[in-house]
Design a protein around this ligand. Structure first.
Ligand code: SAM
Length: 215
């Protein structure tokens, strides 16, 4: 039975990313780490396609289920673990509840994906550069890392060390000769649909950065 995420559907660019990873992995199931997976918006689509996925999130309710309260009231969250079970994908998905910074797995994945996670206030305890490097450490040589990062459009993000302008990302990867930037684009502000924890349509600004590990 197909389940759905309370965070909505992946964008078409995510499916293009999966296709690109699959094209490079003709002989075995591709491995993917999803950092900040919530209830699996990006995890289930990859597992359904035959990827072996490691999914990690610090939000225990999004992972294991429970009740969240937001401006719309109480919301029952089934959670990623139960979605994976319902879809019979337990063999394909390993789920970890916790801060990804506590789970180094150097070079273990063919690809890594993270969307809208690093700018969380929880992450003020880490330097952004250390988080970005920790995400990059997960991928093998020739593997891909996709950062879907938030820009400081809203007042609450302005001046936050872990939510910088696009130039920070450019400068950071200029200092990482072991990673080749394949694509870096900043989109104009977009109206994102209401989802759990943010139950009204709202504007965000996103940057997309795709890098390949070269050594
Ligand atoms: C905006 S949500 C995005 C969920 C999903 N990726 C999406 O785009 O719909 C970001 C997720 O990252 C998680 N997160 C933030 N910092 C994290 C950390 N240090 N370790 C693990 N998860 C983290 C949050 O708990 C949250 O579930």
């Amino acid at each position: 039975m197909k389940t759905s995420s309370l965070w909505g559907q992946p964008q078409s660019r995510y499916y293009s990313y999966l296709a690109r990873i699959e094209a490079a992995e003709a002989t075995k199931a591709p491995t993917l780490a999803v950092i900040g997976c919530a209830d699996g918006k990006y995890v289930l689509p990859a597992a359904r396609k035959g990827f072996d996925v490691w999914a990690v999130d610090v939000d225990d309710i999004a992972v294991n289920g429970g009740v969240k309260e937001d401006a719309s009231g109480e919301v029952q969250v089934p959670g990623l673990v139960s979605r994976v079970k319902q879809e019979n994908l337990s063999d394909r998905v390993e789920v970890t509840s916790g801060d990804f910074m506590d789970f180094p797995r150097p070079g273990q994945y063919d690809a890594v994906f993270t969307s809208g996670a690093l700018q969380y206030s929880f992450n003020s305890r880490h330097r952004l550069a250390s988080m970005v490097d920790a995400v990059c450490d997960l991928v093998r040589v020739d593997g891909l890392v996709y950062f879907d990062y938030m820009l400081p459009l809203e007042k609450k993000y302005k001046g936050r060390e872990n939510c910088p302008e696009a130039q920070w990302w450019k400068d950071h990867f200029a200092g990482r000769p072991d990673f080749q930037v394949l694509h870096h684009r900043v989109l104009p502000p977009v109206l994102d649909k209401a989802h759990i924890e943010f139950p009204v349509d709202h504007y965000h600004q996103w940057g997309h950065l795709l890098v390949r590990r070269s050594e």
